[in-house]
Design a protein around this ligand. Sequence first.
Ligand code: NAI
Ligand code: MG
Length: 366
Amino acid sequence: MASRTLRIGLIPGDGIGREVIPAGKKILESLPSSLGLKFSFVDLDAGYETFKQTGTALPDKTVETLQKECDGALFGAVSSPTTKVAGYTSPIVALRKKLSLFANVRPCKTTLSPAFASPTPHPIDLVIVRENTEDLYVKEEKTYADPSGEGQIAEAIKRISSKASWRIANIAGEIAVRRQKMRESAASAEEKDKKALVTITHKSNVLSQTDGLFRSTAREALSQAKFSSVAIEEQIVDSMVYKLFLQPQYYDVIVAPNLYGDLLSDGAAALVGSLGLVPSANVGDGIVIGEPCHGSAPDIEGKGIANPIATIRSVAVMLEFLDLPEAANVIYRAVDANLAEGSFVSPDLGGTAKTSQVVNDIIKRL
Ligand code: NAI
Ligand code: MG
């Protein structure tokens, strides 16, 4: 088999990002040679530590190297301060915009394990497709004196464009079609029976212009002939949270503007047991950046107990969107086997295994 070499940027960022990104690298290095893939790596800086040292959270060199050299990248997490720090802006939010990574694809699937009980009675298997470039994350905020003379007023812009709404709904539709094809080749009748469904999430009953535009554009994008086998429905975001917790097994692909997508995906992570299990990939027209859904987890930083699975699965989602589904499946299966056997499970899932033990057990199963 002809071998292909992929160049991968490694951006650990802060906190447990520095513990889990090396795990992702190890997994790529340990993939079976029969896949015909080779990897070269480049270490890149970004994050709050980088900001404190250099005055910028996202050095130009990081962006340029990603743009010019890399096929893919792995991003850990950044410790963004909760109060305004002059000159600081979240590098991952900036990176998504600069590299036109317009979709954050967040699969969330139950894995059964003797080591921990599933939080839901029925297994769930859904993907949240979160818009990545606009909504409240345009971060255009201002604070000014309240004209009444009492205190201050703070305002934020929520910007929704038909262009961004169309392309996010379009990729959600494509993901639904691809998942349906994969289910058709699956073994269990239950899986085969699940129909492709995209649920559009919004709050257009209140925000009739911004979320209204998202809703109507998403509907239009999903009415293309190529999605004729996909059922389309919509759900207002608050009742979406209710239904997601009540009957998560019902959902297939959920498409949402930036903020709702962020909130729904952390909620969905609780339904499969831990934020430490849930991956994502930032997808656009070029490079793909794998990124665990969790943050820098300062409460467990430096203890060597961070669950590496969210990152390892993010490696797989990255490979899937680099059109390497076979390599992705090797990783998904090794992770599932680690959890199904249950001997090396990290403390967030009730186990006692260290990050390195989980990584080594998964490598053995690749
Ligand atoms: P978090 O996701 O870092 O942690 C939430 C909880 O989940 C914590 O109890 C943590 O210990 C646990 N957890 C998360 N990942 C885990 C893993 N791999 N293994 C085991 N347990 C895990 O969210 P939090 O605490 O709200 O934010 C901490 C920092 O992370 C903040 O500075 C925030 O701005 C940043 N953050 C960064 C993100 C990014 O870079 N994309 C995303 C979310 C938060
Ligand atoms: Mg988040």
